[in-house]
Design a protein around this ligand. Sequence first.
Ligand SMILES: Nc1ncnc2c1ncn2[C@@H]1O[C@H](COP(=O)(O)OP(=O)(O)OP(=O)(O)O)[C@@H](O)[C@H]1O
Ligand SMILES: [Mg+2]
Length: 256
Amino acid sequence: MHSPKLRLEGVTHSYRSGRQSVAALAGIDLTVDEGEFVTIIGPSGCGKSTLFNIIAGVEEPTGGSVILDGEVNGERAGKTGYMPQQPLLLPWRTVEENVMLGLDIRRVPRKRAREQARELLKRFGLSEFAEHYPAALSGGMSQRVALLRTVLFHPSFLLLDEPFGALDALTRLSLQMWLQELWQSLKASVLFITHDVREAILLSDRIYVLSARPARVLRVVRVELPRPRRPEQLTSPEAAGLEQELISLLLKEQTA
Ligand SMILES: Nc1ncnc2c1ncn2[C@@H]1O[C@H](COP(=O)(O)OP(=O)(O)OP(=O)(O)O)[C@@H](O)[C@H]1O
Ligand SMILES: [Mg+2]
């Protein structure tokens, strides 16, 4: 029987600070199928990163079920490739050593880890920077190295929290295309967070729109544009209509 990579059922979460409790998630239902690219958009502070921390097992939800690979509320640490909102490259490790980090954590022999990191860097156009330190990289390159590090740790299910947040429009566009290629060649399942509605439309099979905090699912839309996608497709009437629909939903939440 077909079972999704991830299913969330009624996931709630509250943070406690002193005697007060802050509700971040108000019952989230969500699925990611094998090989699917699913994106979450929602107002700032609504609980998106909280949801990722829960899926990755960094945090346990206050209520509801997280079903990863068919296992209900099981141990999730190490079972996803999680790239947090502010990924840090370690400045004392070279690019290659940064990409190897996840394998070091898993105690993969260094020689094998280095070979895998080299192959990945080569395949994704970063070979010549393997021996450089992160300080010598541009913002776009750093993001790619952080992404490859995540991929090498766990290639089949990626949780990417605004991976292109701090980049200029052109770099962002080239990385979006790069990620699409990476996703297709790895046949990975991806759960992605962004503030950028066009980015969501360009990359996703489905988009979940969340409400203001505490987050609930306002709408789920399927993006039917053919793949591989090109930025020009965003100007089609279908894509433009979807963009308007999503923006007006988000604007309503922003002012709610
Ligand atoms: N460790 C924490 N302790 C207490 N409150 C927290 C903690 N982490 C997040 N929060 C609160 O939970 C709410 C949701 O935060 P979260 O980071 O999940 O939002 P977000 O949707 O990722 O926001 P952004 O779009 O700005 O990244 C916020 O009100 C935040 O202040
Ligand atoms: Mg966040």
